[in-house]
Design a protein around this ligand. Structure first.
Ligand code: PLP
Length: 299
């Protein structure tokens, strides 16, 4: 896929407190974050002129910074305001917004006590993560080549750059096999998530999703759980083993970038229909993010 390089676009980026021309939002090569992954970030989407769940995302940015031992030097309220302002500079009614916080160039080496914390926010047009055709038919997943790590081995609840190393490698391997993404197990062999979205299964009309005890508890995931419950569906969070995929009639993923996207196939081992529950939640999520009234179950 050809994209305009991200350092060569028009517009402005909010960089440590001010809006700077897009092409001038540059870093020195000796920033600590580049060498040691001391970086956390968020991904939000704005619909109809308003960022969906901005505060939840900025709270998570703070929590991710704390998990990496640093304080994001702007309050959640300030971040909410400047995220909205940065989004509005695009002049568009919809956009993807990416706040990022990282350790700078003041110290090099594993220790980073002297490094200042930098923050930037960029907003751009980013179409749905998966193509519209794929979203109608469902996407194909491969088994990931890496597993989500044990919470004893990494700050697994942070949205931290370093945790994406295994995601990029797994996604590349999946793409080489003609798949859109990879399904990751956790270190125990339980189902976890994909490389950038949470997973849900429909088994006998009930919705099952892995307990997020070693991976990101997505903000979309929480919204979709609420939507499903409003519809009267039972949602069960639990440990799920891969063999249970054979019991599922539908499967879908949720994430800010992926929104609600059906899964059609896992490495040829399991296939799913794009069924009623998935379609209902795709529509309900679309209504929710666009500020339209969301359907609820009849009493
Ligand atoms: C690894 C991973 N899991 C899950 C998610 C879904 O999170 P959210 O719904 O908050 O975007 C994301 C996206 O941020 C992600 O990168």
């Amino acid at each position: 896929m050809h994209e305009v390089p991200y350092d060569d676009r028009d517009g402005v980026i909010w960089f440590n407190g001010e809006l700077v021309p897009w092409r001038e939002a540059k870093l020195h090569v000796l920033n600590h974050a580049l060498h040691y992954a001391s970086c956390v970030f968020e991904g939000m989407r704005a619909y109809n002129g308003k960022i969906f769940e901005s505060t939840a995302h900025n709270q998570r940015l703070h929590a991710s910074g704390e998990a990496l031992g640093f304080k994001v030097p702007y309050s959640v309220e300030e971040l909410d305001r400047v995220c909205q302002e940065t989004f509005e500079t695009t002049g568009a009614s919809e956009a993807y917004i990416r706040p990022v916080a990282w350790r700078g160039p003041e110290q090099m080496g594993v220790s980073a006590q002297a490094c200042a914390i930098n923050v930037a926010i960029a907003a751009w047009q980013w179409p749905a993560y998966f193509t519209p055709e794929a979203r109608m038919k469902g996407i194909k997943l491969d088994w990931a080549i890496y597993r989500r790590p044990d919470p004893m081995t990494a700050p697994v609840h942070a949205k931290a750059a370093g945790l994406y190393m295994i995601c990029t490698l797994s996604k590349h391997a999946a793409e080489a096999n003609g798949c859109s993404d990879a399904l990751m197990l956790d270190w125990r062999g339980q189902l976890a998530e994909t490389t950038g979205a949470n997973i849900f299964l429909v088994i006998d009309g009930k919705i099952h999703t892995p307990t997020p005890d070693c991976f990101l508890d997505g903000i979309t995931r929480r919204s979709v759980i609420r939507l499903a419950q409003q519809r009267g569906y039972e949602v069960i969070e639990r440990a799920i083993m891969p063999e249970e995929l054979g019991d599922a009639s539908e499967m879908f993923v949720t994430g800010t970038a992926a929104e609600v996207t059906p899964i059609s196939d896992i490495a040829g081992d399991y296939t799913f229909e794009v069924g009623t529950i998935t379609k209902t939640l795709m529509t309900d999520y679309d209504d929710l993010v666009n500020g339209r009234p969301v359907a609820v179950a009849a009493e």
